[in-house]
Write a protein that binds this ligand. Structure first.
Ligand SMILES: [Zn+2]
Length: 348
C-alpha cells in the first residue's frame, strides 16, 4: 500500500557532481551522504529546517566529508555501514536493521561491490509528496530556477516529472505520469541511472548480486543515486546499443533536464530494469552488443600508437584482455557482467 505524506525530497548539489539527498517534513530534515557540510547548512537555514539525522551508504570522502561539521553544528545522529571506516560517532548498522526517519522506517540493504561494506537505504510503500526545488548553483552544476519540470496533464501540481516506472517497450513514453511511487531508495554509488559504481573493493559477482537485489524492488521505486552521471552513462549505453529506441528517447529527456539545470534523478527501478545495461547483462541482445563492442575497446588499450586516455585505462584494458578473448565462451552470468563493467572502465 502506498502512503502519501507531506514529506518532500530535495537534492542538494555538492562537490563536482554529487547530490546530497534530503528528506524533510517542513520542520525536520534528514540527509544522505553529505560529502560537504556547507551546502547542507545553507539549505537548512534557507528552509528553516532542523537536521534530525544523517544516513551514510559507504566510507568514501565525497559521501562522508561533511559529517563531522554537520554533527558539530547540529548534534544530529548518524548511521552507516558496519565494517567501513566512518567519522567518529557514526552508529554502525547491518543488512536488515532499520532506522526510523520522519515517522518512516528505512531498511538497510547490504550491496557490496563499489566498497566492501556498501549499504543502501530503502523505505517500502512510501511516497514523498513532492520533490522540491530550486536546485542551487554549485561547482559543476548549472544553476536552475526550479527543479520541477511541468507536470503532466492531470497530475498534481506539486509532483515533478520523474522518469516513469515502466516495463513497456518504450519506458520513456509514460515519463512524467504520476504513477505513485511505491518506495524510496538511497543507493549511494552502487546503482547509477543507466550505470553502476566502479568496483573498488568488491568483486563483479558481489556487484551483480547487489544490483539484482535492487532490481527486484518494485518498478515505481524512486532511485536516488549520489552522482549526476546519467548522460555519461548514456553515451556508453548507446555505444553498446545504438539502435535502442528507449535509450535515445531517455537521452533526449536527460539532455533537456541538464540544459535547464535540473537533475536527471531520481530515476525509477522500472526504467533502470528496462534501460540500464548493468541490470540487463543476462539479456541476449545486450550480450551480443557487448561482444561487438568489447574487442573495439580492447584494441584501443593494446594499440601502442594510440595512447590510452589514462594509464589507469591502459591497466584496466590489459587486465580485461582475457575476459574479452573469452567472450564467445561466456558460461556464467558473472562473466558477461565482468566484461560489461570492464568495457565501461575503458570507455572514453
Ligand atoms: Zn564511492
Amino acid at each position: 500500500m502506498v502512503t502519501m505524506t507531506t514529506h518532500q525530497l530535495h537534492p542538494i548539489p555538492a562537490l563536482t557532481d554529487n547530490y546530497i539527498w534530503a528528506l524533510h517534513d517542513g520542520a525536520q530534515a534528514w540527509v544522505v551522504d553529505p560529502g560537504q557540510a556547507e551546502p547542507v547548512l545553507a539549505w537548512l537555514a534557507a528552509q528553516r529546517l532542523q537536521l534530525a539525522g544523517i544516513l551514510l551508504t559507504h566510507h568514501h570522502g565525497d559521501h562522508t566529508g561533511g559529517v563531522a561539521a554537520l554533527r558539530a553544528a547540529t548534534a544530529a545522529p548518524a548511521w552507516g555501514p558496519t565494517g567501513e571506516p566512518l567519522p567518529d560517532g557514526v552508529q554502525h548498522v547491518r543488512g536488515g536493521e532499520r532506522v526510523a526517519l520522519l515517522g518512516r522506517s528505512f531498511e538497510v540493504i547490504e550491496v557490496p561491490g563499489h566498497t566492501a561494506g556498501h549499504i543502501a537505504w530503502y523505505c517500502a510503500g512510501f511516497a514523498p509528496a513532492s520533490i522540491d526545488g530550486p536546485v542551487d548553483s554549485a561547482p559543476g552544476f548549472a544553476s536552475a530556477s526550479e527543479l520541477a519540470s511541468a507536470p503532466a496533464p492531470g497530475s498534481a501540481p506539486d509532483l515533478v516529472s520523474v522518469p516513469a516506472a515502466a516495463s513497456a517497450p518504450d519506458p520513456a513514453s509514460a515519463r512524467g505520469q504520476p504513477l505513485g511511487p511505491e518506495g524510496l531508495l538511497f543507493c549511494g554509488d552502487t546503482l547509477f541511472s543507466i550505470g553502476c559504481g566502479r568496483l573498488f573493493e568488491g568483486s563483479p559477482a558481489q556487484m551483480l548480486a547487489s544490483l539484482d537485489r535492487l532490481a527486484a524492488l518494485p518498478d515505481s521505486t524512486l532511485v536516488c543515486c549520489t552522482h549526476e552521471y546519467t548522460l555519461s552513462n548514456l553515451r556508453f549505453a548507446r555505444a553498446l546499443e545504438p539502435e535502442h529506441p528507449g535509450l535515445a528517447d531517455h537521452q533526449r529527456w536527460c539532455e533537456r533536464q541538464r540544459q535547464a539545470g535540473r537533475p536527471t534523478l531520481p530515476s525509477r527501478i522500472g526504467l533502470e530494469r528496462a534501460l540500464n545495461p548493468f541490470l540487463r547483462s543476462r539479456e541476449p541482445a545486450l550480450r551480443h552488443a557487448l561482444q561487438r563492442l568489447a574487442p573495439k575497446l580492447a584494441l584501443a588499450g593494446f594499440d601502442a600508437d594510440a595512447a590510452p586516455a589514462t594509464p589507469e585505462a591502459l591497466q584496466t584494458g590489459l587486465a580485461a584482455k582475457p575476459v574479452f578473448e573469452s567472450a564467445p565462451r561466456w558460461t556464467a552470468d558473472v562473466h558477461a557482467f565482468t566484461a560489461l563493467r570492464r568495457c565501461k572502465d575503458v570507455f572514453v
